[in-house]
Design a protein around this ligand. Structure first.
Ligand code: C5P
Length: 231
């Protein structure tokens, strides 16, 4: 399982996505499809990307009753996704059901990654609205431990948290980390950012990079720079 750069394809439709990916020539980067593009373009975008040679991370963050998640995960697995995710808040039982649903008849399955707490949620909101009265780090690491107990492969987290996750849950438990910017680059709405090089030094396994590549004048060059600095 290699370290890799995943491009967040936050586009409004399939046409734009394919036009963007055409700029990479023979290169076939690992791509992330989020809710917006998946709902706009429909599930067929996944096999279409796979046929072109891309690996696909479906960032759909499932969270429902175990039976529903199991069946939905089976659909995503059959589409040929390489990595999918869910909310660890759905419980260990939901996460175990997700693995069952994902596992194909031949025993293979996409990597399954958990979201612990969304980075848009602060400690104050957690306390007042979710009635979780614990420090953020404890919540994140406990949810990550639940994910590992359920048999998941890793978590989405900040590169700045990758070390703590690996220290608590082992080096083999994957960290998939957004919030990456080139040195001196535009931070945008991200708060705690690292460069690809720093993310590598902190032990991130996969970095998810959107605008530094999608908004670059030469996306292929920006991608290659990312790979050079990270891998
Ligand atoms: O453009 P940028 O590099 O900020 O894109 C990061 C991608 O990672 C986006 O698709 C964003 O939704 C996603 N993401 C994130 N922070 C999280 C989880 C997902 O930025 N905690």
């Amino acid at each position: 399982m290699g370290k890799d750069v995943i491009i967040a394809c936050d586009f409004a439709g399939a046409e734009q996505t394919f036009a963007f990916l055409q700029r990479f020539g023979e290169r076939r980067p690992f791509v992330k499809i989020g809710m917006e593009l998946f709902y706009a373009a429909g599930p067929a975008i996944v096999p279409a990307l796979r046929e072109r040679g891309h690996r696909v991370f479906l960032d759909l963050k499932l969270h429902d009753i175990p039976n529903t998640v199991k069946k939905a995960m089976a659909v995503l697995s059959n589409l040929g996704a390489d990595m999918v995710n869910l909310h660890a808040a759905g419980t260990v039982e939901m996460m175990q059901a997700a693995i069952e649903g994902l596992t194909r008849p031949d025993g293979t399955r996409p990597l399954l990654i958990a979201v612990t707490q969304l980075t848009s949620t602060g400690e104050e909101q957690m306390r007042r609205q979710l009635l979780i009265d614990r420090p953020m780090e404890e919540v994140v690491l406990t949810y990550a431990a639940n994910a590992r107990a359920a048999g998941l492969d890793g978590v989405v987290c900040s590169p700045l948290e990758a070390g703590a996750v690996h220290a608590a849950l082992g080096p083999g438990f994957l960290t998939v980390t957004p919030g990456v910017r080139f040195a001196g680059g535009d931070v945008g709405d991200q708060r705690r950012v690292t460069t690809p090089e720093q993310a590598a030094a902190l032990g991130a396994d996969y970095i998810v990079v959107g605008r530094p590549i999608t908004a670059a004048e030469d996306p292929a060059a920006a991608y290659e720079r990312c790979v050079r600095e990270f891998v």
